[in-house]
Each structure stands twice: as C-alpha cells, then as structure tokens.
Design a binder for this molecule. Structure first.
Ligand SMILES: [Zn+2]
Length: 150
C-alpha cells in the first residue's frame, strides 16, 4: 500500500468515526427521552396502584379499597332502608283508609317488618273513629225513638 492509499484510508476511517459519533449522540438523546418516559410511566403506575383505579380482591387492605368497600356497603344499606321507609309509609297510609270493622282485619301485626309505632298510632286513631261512628249511630237511633214517641 502506498502512502497516498494509506492517507485515503485514514480519511475514510475518520469520516466513519465522525458519522458513528453523530449516530451515538442521536441514540443517547433517544435513550434519555425513553428513560424520561419510563420514569413517567413508573410514576403513573404507582399512582394507579395506590389510587382510584385499582383492581383487587375482596380482602385487599389498602385504606382506599377498605373505604370504597365500606361506601358500597353503606350505599346498599341506604337503598334497603329507603325501600323499608317507603313500605312503612305505605302501611301507615293503608291503615288510615281501613276504617271499618271488616277492613281493620287486614291490618299487619308487630312482627311484620313494615309495622311501625306510627302505624300503631294510626290504627288506634282509626279505632277511635270507628267507635265514635258507632256511638253516633246508637245516639241517632235513640234520638229517632224519642221523636217517634212524641
Ligand atoms: Zn385494593
């Protein structure tokens, strides 16, 4: 190989080295971008695992999961209580219309879950109404007899 050929080879290698160094810089940049992205994703993953969007089993003891299960339980209890109150009120309403001796036989008893103290109050008031109506009938009959006698 001549000196000139060797010089030419050296220049070619120098160019290749320059190109490789440029590529290397570009890869380093891509790498640092990816590392930043990985850090972000790790942060987000940690947040998801400890935060609101978390899939777990029924015995998960994370405070947020315990609280969410308690909220679900209370929501269910609340819905059941609402339903019970509606039926309690429906019972009271029905009792207020059952104001004949015959219809009072349809009343519910204390062992019924829809029975309430207020239901009992309404029943006693209706009983008083029935008794007063019957007393009035007796009084009317007596009055009619007196008028007949005159
Ligand atoms: Zn959980």
């Amino acid at each position: 190989m001549t000196i000139e050929e060797l010089n030419q080879k050296r220049d070619e290698h120098a160019d290749k080295i320059t190109k490789l160094e440029k590529d290397n810089e570009a890869y380093k940049h891509v790498n640092s971008c990816l590392m930043a992205e990985i850090t972000n994703l790790k942060k987000r993953n940690g947040w998801l695992e400890s935060g609101f969007i978390h899939t777990c089993h029924d015995d998960c003891q994370r405070p947020l999961c315990l609280a969410n299960r308690e909220i679900d339980k209370l929501k269910l209890e609340n819905a059941e209580l609402k339903e019970l109150r509606i039926m309690n009120l429906a019972g009271i309403s029905t009792a207020s219309f059952q104001n004949t001796r015959e219809s009072t036989k349809e009343r519910i008893t204390k062992d019924n879950p829809y029975w309430t103290a207020a239901y009992d109050d309404v029943c006693r008031t209706v009983d008083r109404e029935i008794n007063l109506r019957e007393s009035l009938d007796v009084a009317h009959e007596a009055l009619a007899k007196i008028k007949d006698v005159r």
